[in-house]
Design a protein around this ligand. Structure first.
Ligand SMILES: Nc1ncnc2c1ncn2[C@@H]1O[C@H](COP(=O)(O)OP(=O)(O)OP(=O)(O)O)[C@@H](O)[C@H]1O
Length: 395
């Protein structure tokens, strides 16, 4: 929802504000670059103005630009706004116009802030709220509605941010992902199966500033083209959040290894497979300059993800394994997958075969797994990683 003649988007960021001056400036610069790339990727022309703790996006399509900002990592919220003179008269007129075009019944409140020195304006923020509130009241009456003020939980909220040089009137704070600008951390390898969890886990690391190098392990007869296509589709969606980064899907052919584990390892095969995947991810990380691995695992969600079994899989790599969903319920993960847009592709039926045994081990110990797995498991992981195919991701 935007006020009439909205021509700017106020973009807020959060954690950057608590960094040292030097780091903050660098991160704000990166945020502006990333937002520029996001706007360009959506064909939106706009000028980005950098000010302390805010970006101002001047544009003809404030609604679409606010959506672009709300999909940019590091952004806490974005508001399409109309710019007016920093006077009570001008603010009241803009508030009344916003109410006339958007109020359709229900209680309202005006929420005002004023930035700058105390003598910057001959009025306080409470004056804006009371005078502006009166203007909105009159506008609602002129629409034939019964005005009602509710300061705590209004159905219709109007915001004013009054600065020395201008005032901004807006009707919403569209939530962004928060976190840190993408590219402000070193990259990590993301093990992407294309299911519900792993794309969400990768997205969460991206939201902390880490570019991801997506790796799909092709399970041969246990995977298939639809399974691979599903992983690729989710990576394409993730790439939409990283328009400034080149992204490619690294596909490791593990068909022969999976077939060997399936016949030779009984109830422990899923653990050996996870260890193989982590070793593969480490090899890709080495060649791509990545410094960690992210997976979609959550404690207890599957037999291979019990707290005991995670202790067995972790030692397969010396890199840190990031599991941002480790303590998250499936319903919450699913909700996030819907929000970021990976859910639909993650849930298509791929008709793949089940690698897991009927009764998988849930309480393994590392010595038993080491003794049972092929001696050359990690060597094969490195060899498969070296022969991987790299599929560029279109946006
Ligand atoms: N074929 C694969 N290629 C790459 N990574 C994989 C693959 N299968 C599993 N993983 C990684 O191991 C984690 C745990 O595997 P699990 O079998 O639970 O995955 P899934 O249920 O198929 O998919 P998801 O965890 O994405 O919902 C995944 O979150 C993912 O990070």
């Amino acid at each position: 929802m935007q006020p009439p003649e909205a021509g700017v988007v106020l973009v807020r960021h959060g954690e950057l504000g608590v960094k040292s001056e030097q780091v903050r400036r660098k991160m704000e610069g990166r945020l502006a670059e990333n937002l520029r790339a996001m706007l360009d990727s959506r064909g939106l022309s706009a000028d980005i103005e950098r000010r302390r703790n805010r970006l101002f996006v001047h544009t003809d399509d404030a609604d679409a630009a606010a959506d672009a900002a709300a999909d940019t990592f590091g952004v806490v919220s974005a508001s399409p706004a109309v710019t007016v003179e920093p006077t009570l008269d001008a603010i009241e007129t803009a508030l009344a116009a916003a109410a006339e075009s958007h109020h359709d019944g229900g209680s309202f409140a005006v929420d005002a802030t004023r930035a700058g020195p105390s003598d910057a304006h001959p009025f306080a923020s409470t004056d804006i709220e009371s005078e502006g509130g009166a203007a909105v009241w009159a506008a609602i009456e002129s629409l034939g509605h019964e005005p009602e003020v509710d300061l705590d939980d209004p159905e219709f909220r109007l915001f004013v941010e009054c600065r020395r040089e201008a005032a901004y009137v807006f009707l919403e704070k569209r939530a962004g992902p928060g976190g840190l600008p993408l590219g402000t951390q070193r990259p990590v390898v993301a093990l992407i199966s294309g299911g519900i969890d792993s794309p969400v886990a990768a997205w969460k690391l991206m939201a902390r500033g880490c570019p991801v190098v997506p790796v799909y392990v092709d399970l041969g007869d246990y995977g298939g083209p639809d399974h691979r296509a599903r992983a690729r589709a989710t990576v394409e969606t993730l790439a939409g959040y990283a328009p400034g980064e080149a992204m490619a899907l690294h596909v490791v052919d593990a068909g022969a290894v999976v077939a060997d584990l399936e016949t030779g390892m009984g109830d422990l095969r899923m653990l050996a497979l996870r260890r193989y995947m982590l070793a593969t991810a480490e090899a890709v990380a080495e060649s791509e300059g990545a410094v960690g691995v992210v997976t979609g695992e959550a404690i207890g969600q599957k037999s291979s993800q019990t707290s005991a079994n995670l202790a067995v899989t972790d030692p397969a790599t010396s890199l840190p394994v990031h599991r941002p969903l480790v303590a998250t319920d499936k319903s919450e993960i699913t909700q996030l997958a819907r929000h970021i847009g990976t859910f639909e592709d993650a849930t298509v039926d791929t008709g793949c075969n089940r690698v897991a045994p009927e009764l998988p081990e849930t309480n393994a110990d590392i010595e038993t797994v080491r003794a049972a797995e092929p001696d050359d498991l990690f060597e094969r992981a490195r060899a498969c990683a070296a022969e991987r195919s790299v599929v560029p991701i279109e946006r």
